[in-house]
Design a protein around this ligand. Structure first.
Ligand SMILES: [Fe+2]
Ligand SMILES: [Fe+2]
Length: 265
């Protein structure tokens, strides 16, 4: 089996190589062992509490708490949805991959909940519920409905393409402006989200290549769900202190993926 460079974008791998390598626990172990070994809580604890975390203003701390609460909504949604997808996966390759994704999403949730505790939140569950953006809560409901309906293609699209690519964009931006601890946590999470996105694009790409009806159906679902996720991430950018004109072009990569899949309307 050829070795895969873990820095290589999973969605750019050839189909055979993707199936053999990415849908395997050894690929997953190699990808995650670095940050699990060095960062059991998601950041390098031996560095001690960095100055930028100690000197954060109350307003910045409060905004970060709101942002992290919304990340927890996204991660708990992906955890529930990916575990539901294991049951309806069309083959064992996909089941195995999704089992690794379930573990990843649980880990992301754990890391963000821990960060909330470090920031002084005494009841993270209640705080997440209180601060969740309405668009994201609605998206969560819609995605879990697709899973409950057993609609594999639509659920994989909503989770592994739409949610993952938006998370990837926002986390990467946040990483560039975050305090050191949050930045280290986001760095580990982003690497995982890219694997999940790779799975979604690869699976749907193969299915939709010769299925124009399937493409039209997913394009309609996409048009329905896009505004919910875009509005949620707009609000995260605002919390991070960015005005609309300063916002990075949200979802550039997402739009490129959607185009590759033929889901533009
Ligand atoms: Fe995640
Ligand atoms: Fe993910």
């Amino acid at each position: 089996m050829a070795d895969v460079d873990h820095d290589e974008e999973p969605h750019l791998l050839e189909e055979d190589q993707f199936l053999q390598e990415v849908h395997s626990f050894s690929f997953w172990f190699e990808a995650i062992e670095g940050y699990l070994e060095d960062r059991p809580r998601g950041y390098v604890e031996t560095l001690g509490e960095p100055t930028d975390s100690k000197t954060m203003s109350d307003a910045d701390r409060d905004q970060l708490i709101t942002t992290l609460c919304n990340y927890c909504v996204g991660e708990s949604t992906a955890l529930e949805a990916s575990s539901g997808l294991v049951r309806m996966a069309p083959n064992n390759h996909s089941r195995i991959f999704l089992a690794t994704q379930v573990a990843d999403e649980a880990r992301h949730l754990e890391v963000f909940l821990r960060r909330l505790e470090m920031l002084g939140v005494t009841n993270p569950e209640a705080e997440v519920e209180a601060r969740a953006a309405s668009g994201l809560v609605e998206f969560r409901k819609r995605l879990l409905d697709l899973v409950d309906q057993g609609d594999w293609e639509a659920a994989v699209f909503a989770q592994n393409v739409l949610l993952e690519s938006m998370e990837d964009t926002v986390f990467k931006f946040h990483e560039s402006v975050a305090d050191t601890i949050t930045q280290q946590m986001l760095e580990g999470v982003v690497a995982d989200e890219r694997r999940h996105l790779g799975f979604g694009e690869n699976d749907l790409g193969r299915r939709l290549a010769h299925d124009p009806d399937g493409r039209s159906r997913l394009a309609a679902i996409r048009a329905d769900l896009d505004p919910l996720v875009l509005a949620s991430f707009d609000s995260v950018y605002r919390e991070l202190g960015l005005s609309r004109e300063d916002q990075p072009q949200l979802g550039k990569e997402y739009l490129a993926t959607v185009e590759r899949l033929g889901l533009t309307t």
